[in-house]
Design a protein around this ligand. Sequence first.
Ligand SMILES: Cc1ncc(COP(=O)(O)O)c(C=O)c1O
Length: 383
Amino acid sequence: MYSNLSGAILPFRAMDVLERALEHDRCGRAIAHLEVGEPDFDVPDCVRSAMEQALRDGGTHYTHSLGELELREEIASYYSMVRGCEVSPSQIVVTAGTSGGLLLLMRLLLDPGDEVLLPDPGYACYPNFVVSSAGAVRRFPVREAAGWKIHPSEAVDRITPRTRAVLLNSPSNPTGASQSVSCVDSFLDAAVPVISDEIYQGLEYGADRAPTLAGLAGAEAPVFVLDGCSKRWAMTGIRVGWLVAPRSAMRRLQSLQQNLFICASSVAQAGALAALRFGACDAERMRLEYARRRDLLVDGLRRLGFSVPHAPDGAYYILAGAHHLDGNSLRLAFRILDEAAVGVGPGIDFGPGGEGYLRFSYAASVETLELGLARLQAWLERR
Ligand SMILES: Cc1ncc(COP(=O)(O)O)c(C=O)c1O
């Protein structure tokens, strides 16, 4: 009765861990949740007020399928003023989170059997976006020894006549590594379109920002940029993001958006406009706090014997080596949950290259991180 495609979608195992963790919570055994990338901050006040105002003013109807023009102009001005690159509002689609944009791109680029190159380890949902659009996944390794940076030739070597896109994510979930723009040229030289998922940009902790590829899309290169409000403004549940694309793709993207989504939520768009216009200080306040948490968690995990050779450049995750405890990360994550009352993400969620690692999220509060580390220490001592 059900399609083969839906049967091929893998569960997101960090969510399986979370769901079991929530059962523990319900039974009164409060878990230290470090398994999901859910900021513990509330949305900025400017976002809340703008959304309340939109509701009061009747801003609850369908909008232009590409998104309110005012918002698209604000996004274009963000690229121009903050990121130093030019993008026209007519090259922007406002989407239901980055996830909505990913779906549009898969439908834009793939015919059945076409391939997408994905980093391994990489965000757990990427392969499922590809597979649900009847595409095929080809993974290229990113290696811990190289600081989880992409070695372009390892990806280029995997290009086939069916390759329709490569997906880059900088800073990355789950590794936190930022990538340099130089790897992009190798893909463009090989005529492979680049999808750049920039949802964690703005959450960098070193001297440099991860570079945006929006200017390339703005200049009509075969580059597609995904970004949104979920991460740096803690707006995960509000579901608003955007996609920047070359003009040649816009009519098709618009038809896809009109049919699959009609438009992004009108109230969420009001929130996104406020975040971009007034939310820079809020984003910076959260970034500084994540930087503090990153240092605390990196030190704590190293102290406990987890392998973290490189502190992450950005996002809010640490992919820590746990091979010495158990080579099977799913089994280990459930043991740590059941025996230590700490939720962690199994590295295998992120591809075969993540096996033997655990992903720790520092989107959680300092108190939760400290509690998690103390419980892990006690558990390790008991073993
Ligand atoms: C790398 C990456 N891309 C996209 C998403 C989805 O983000 P959104 O909430 O904008 O749909 C996530 C969420 O965790 C992510 O980690």
